[in-house]
Design a protein around this ligand. Structure first.
Ligand code: GP9
Ligand code: MN
Length: 402
């Protein structure tokens, strides 16, 4: 009821005060989000047999804001959880996917905010079926005007692999749909080729597979390399169509690709020891925000995917103080813990995993007190989060007339 809302509002208010240095830098621009399937941060600036895995992204980073310490906060809802984190600034549920469980809720999501504060047209583009992850229903709730899905693409055996249409034909066929959106627009592209078990025909392999003991990891390198090429070709197309300059690009990994079961192969590839801290660091996903014409800057603040929404709104010059979410602007984020759905957490200094506390610097186990002092915040945030989602509490503040 409304007392719950007050309690939550009290907790969330003021946490995001102030306008940082980058406020409004991308005001009025079109927004293109690229959700990169299963893309972990370790591939960035990493070579295999002397070849870069992500040559295009490595170049792009030099002229972008590159957030190099951002953690995957998804749970069982995988891609749908990452979409939820970005659009709502809330955490996913501990089990299942919010997309499937709560499609009728009110969320005051990013597409809705962009529509009401900036007159944006909003769209999601993805080569899978509309029903997958209950996207069709949830996208209505989140405020997407258009959803271009498998049925809107020409998909055949030749241009497909694994889950569906390959990223290059997906982007190439997307341009015509995308071009029709009224400006300013918010368009989300969700890639697909870099999905477990990372299958790719030889003709599409632009890099040799890695040679670790783990086949999954060896193949992963080739599908990430392919995805990098696809994004490069998207950028080339956008430039040709004069759709590049007036846009802000937000490119991020949706969640890990290599599960713990296969992680030895990554340790081998990176020449690192199998330690809890290295495992934790492998949960990082890249976050690249590119505003054409800007100077590059690496931001090493520790944060999570939940922070993407506030960061983007901040750059667009749309205030976030009045928005109910757990999203903290990644440019000015303090030492607030990055919270994982299973109760683990990480700060700049400490990582809490399976009830043990580690120094992120020395990788050694330290007294649990260093981590336990964040427990109250962590529990409070997750509890409030679940109250909001399960009680559909944002409906009380969402009404356009309120
Ligand atoms: C399917 C794609 C992949 O549409 O989003 O789903 P995932 O298994 O990564 O959640
Ligand atoms: Mn995914």
């Amino acid at each position: 009821d409304s007392s719950d809302i007050e309690k939550i509002d009290h907790y969330l208010a003021n946490k995001q005060a102030g306008k940082g240095k980058h406020y409004g830098e991308a005001k009025g621009r079109n927004v293109i989000l690229i959700s990169m399937e299963s893309t972990q941060n370790f591939v960035i600036n990493q070579t295999v047999n002397g070849e870069e895995i992500t040559p295009f992204l490595n170049d792009l980073i030099e002229k972008s804001y590159y957030f190099s310490n951002i953690y995957d906060q998804t749970a069982q809802g995988k891609t749908s959880d990452s979409e939820f984190l970005v659009d709502t600034g809330l955490y996913p549920l501990p089990s299942g996917s919010v997309f499937v469980r709560r499609p009728e809720n009110s969320f005051n999501a990013l597409p809705e905010i962009l529509k009401s504060s900036g007159g944006y047209t909003t769209a999601s583009l993805h080569g899978n079926d509309r029903e997958f992850w209950n996207r069709e229903a949830m996208y209505n709730t989140l405020g997407y005007d258009y959803f271009f899905s498998k049925r809107d693409y020409e998909v055949n055996q030749e241009n497909s692999v694994n889950y569906g249409i390959k990223d290059i034909p997906f982007f190439m066929q997307s341009i015509d749909k995308h071009k029709q959106l009224n400006e300013p627009y918010f368009a989300k592209f969700i890639t697909l080729t870099n999905h477990f078990p990372f299958l790719l025909e030889e003709e599409d392999q632009l890099i040799e597979p890695a040679n670790t003991e783990v086949g999954v990891v060896n193949r992963y390198v080739t599908t990430v390399r392919y995805q990098d090429e696809a994004i490069k070709e998207l950028f080339e197309q956008l430039k040709e169509q004069h759709m590049y300059k007036d846009t802000i690009f937000v490119i991020y990994g949706d969640h890990y690709g290599i599960s713990q079961k296969y992680e030895e192969g990554v340790h081998e590839l990176l020449g690192q020891k199998k330690t809890p801290v290295n495992h934790m660091k492998l949960q990082q996903v890249p976050l690249i925000i590119h505003i054409p014409g800007q100077k590059g800057k690496k931001i090493s603040t520790v944060g999570g995917q939940v922070g993407i929404r506030s960061t983007v709104l901040h750059l667009l010059g749309i205030p976030t103080e009045d928005k109910m979410s757990f999203s903290r602007n990644l440019f000015i984020r303090d030492n607030h813990p990055v919270i994982f759905r299973d109760g683990d957490m990480v700060t700049g200094k400490y990582g809490y995993m399976d009830n043990l506390c580690y120094s992120m610097k020395s990788a050694k186990q330290v007294s649990r007190d260093h981590c336990l002092k964040y427990q109250e915040t962590l529990q409070q945030e997750l509890e409030l989060n679940d109250e909001i989602i399960l009680g559909d509490l944002l409906r009380f503040i969402n009404s356009p007339n309120s």
